[in-house]
Design a protein around this ligand. Sequence first.
Ligand SMILES: [Mn+2]
Length: 415
Amino acid sequence: MNRKPRIERRAVPAVEAGWPPSVHPLLRRIFAARGIVAPEEVDHRLTALLAPAQLGGVGRACELLGTALCADAPIVVVGDFDCDGATGTAVAVRGLCMFGARQVEYGVPNRFTHGYGLSPALVEELVARSPRLCDGGLLITVDNGVAANAGVAAAKARGLRVIVTDHHLPGAALPDADAMVNPNLAGDAFPSKALAGVGVMFYLLVALRAHLRARGWFSGRGVPEPDLSPLLDLVALGTVADLVPLDRNNRILVDAGLKCIRARRSCPGIVALLDAGKRDPARVVARDLGFVVGPRINAAGRLEDIRLGIECLLTDDTARARQLAAQLSAINHERRDLQANMVEQAQASVENWLARHGADSLPVGIVLFEPEWHHGVVGLVASKLKERFNRPVIACAPAGESSDEIKAATRWRPG
Ligand SMILES: [Mn+2]
């Protein structure tokens, strides 16, 4: 850290011809530096969105969902405790209800009691709560599941059909789900690998609408096909908050979602969270989703229960949305204070090390632990320390008051 940083110029790709004269050459160069070399890449109309057909597993997943809808079978959505998982859960529940599903519920793991993802313990809780799930019910994951081999096996042993939707990279062995939708599975032909978990779920709903149309679902019941575009505010929020690369397809989704919010066609929860952060929904930009709305949802999963965040995104009652947004903001303040204290302690201990061992003594990696730290926030601490000291960082905290285990977060990838 005491060596002078070497600043290198990034190679800027050549700017393609074909830009209209209205686009200033400097702007073309800025686009090129960000990997946008052709004019069509700044066309963010929804019609330019990649089609769902190439996303592997959607056909099978739509058949299972279509069958469940026809049989009026219970469906449970299993999300995750971060903003991508929360928005994905809200998109799934809202979307399936738009299609006429009458028995949709959701379950999310609690960071403190279950840990990440669909686990056998969570399956047992879900079926204890809704025993009818065991009788031809359908479980659908969002933003998790690609590594939930034991959880999927437990759900299937209980008689559920399981659809895994995820965007995380697969491990060596995949779970034995009835259908799997994930652009990052080996051999998947979907051209964008940057979809967030919420984006994968949105794509599945788009495909389901076409599937149900072909099945005569809408004409047979005399109901109009639902317009799925009102879900794009949630898709934009989860995509920005999950920090997935904003490739062209994601930019189209985010742009459309921001326009929904600006036009006041957003769910009351997002509007209430923007209000709580003193942002005008009519002028919302992606940064507001990343720095105002996202952290408030994430704080619930870090310190309390992500269900507060999901309820805020699911309610259509403005007063209830405001009340939940106020609660989420209070939790986020608490998170900020905790984080500031922990980062301060962490920096002090590294600086203490440097003072004792010399300014050039920083080791190749940093591992930190304090017995009073909160494990919901260690990831944020590790990120800050990695930025500050330019080293891979592992930050650890006790897993719980009554436990001998610790939980750790690692940050080591550049950027
Ligand atoms: Mn995610």
